[in-house]
Design a protein around this ligand. Structure first.
Ligand code: PAF
Length: 267
């Protein structure tokens, strides 16, 4: 596996494969790999000749007071995992490489970027959209892989790709869950054992909501009922790349998001 740090060496490393007509599959990540990331990497490997992973904790998608400083970072472990998974190239740039002095060009996402996570985290999707566009431009993938756990992110990135006519396809992969049904997230490691028990109510509430919807009942009120006693940020139905029951809750100091598609997923 090749490890690159700069835009120039990444472009150079991918020039020959691209010229040879090889398809590049990109998995953009912020590291702290778990099975969810691995499912994206495996999909990229299965569908493309070159699997590229980017590892960059993107400062511009974190708001003031959010967890940028304590976001889990273990590049050596992530690199070993990527190598074992057969990744061809790991692009792990510094913040100054992505945002050099004087950087001042941004992708502003419209209404979709302002609701739900965008309302709770102003500027979040501007940061996500900008870094994704830059990664797409540097790596020029034919395919890029995102997890449906971040359903709004998938919808935003698809909208950016559509609106700017970017020449790649976005693949949205199913949420990977642990044995209790909790959606895997790098932030789950902040949950204490007691918090984790509480957190398991989130997927249960969403599953009950989806069942209620399919039975012709109100998904949101059924899910809210099961989340009583938890600090709920939102539970709502939104068009996030398809009708989706989405929720965000706070458990201790951790903000968790999860969602289920109303028309496809049962659990
Ligand atoms: O989902 C993430 O890890 C990040 O939002 C992404 C897509 C890598 C952009 O920084």
């Amino acid at each position: 596996m090749k490890l690159t740090r700069t835009v120039a060496e990444t472009r150079e490393a991918l020039e020959a494969p691209r010229d040879a007509g090889e398809r590049i599959g990109l998995v953009p990540t912020m590291g702290a790999f778990h099975e969810g990331h691995l499912s994206l990497i495996r999909a990229a490997r299965a569908e493309s000749e070159r699997a590229v992973v980017s590892l960059f904790v993107n400062p511009t998608q974190f708001g003031t007071g959010e967890d940028l400083d304590r976001y889990p970072r273990d590049e050596a472990r992530d690199a070993a995992v990527a190598e074992a998974e057969g990744v061809d190239l790991l692009f792990a740039p510094s913040a100054a490489e992505i945002y050099p002095p004087g950087f001042d060009t941004w992708i502003e996402v419209g209404e979709l970027g302002e609701i739900l996570e965008g309302a709770a985290r102003p500027g979040h999707f501007r940061g996500v959209a900008t870094v994704c566009c830059k990664l797409f431009e540097v790596i020029q993938p034919a395919l890029a892989y995102f997890g449906r756990k971040d359903a709004q992110q998938v919808a935003v990135v698809k909208q950016v790709v559509r609106d700017l006519a970017l020449p790649l396809e976005i693949r949205a992969m199913p949420t990977v869950r642990d044995g209790g049904g909790l959606a895997l997230s790098s932030r789950n490691r902040y949950l204490s054992a007691v918090d984790r028990e509480e957190a398991l109510k989130l997927p249960l509430a969403l599953a009950a909501g989806v069942k209620a919807y399919r039975d012709g009942r109100d998904a949101v009120s059924v899910a809210c009922e099961l989340l009583k006693g938890i600090d709920v940020d939102y539970v709502t139905i939104a068009d996030l790349d398809g009708p989706t029951l989405a929720a965000a809750v706070r458990i201790g100091s951790v903000r968790l998001i999860d969602n289920l598609r109303l028309e496809e997923e049962a659990t």
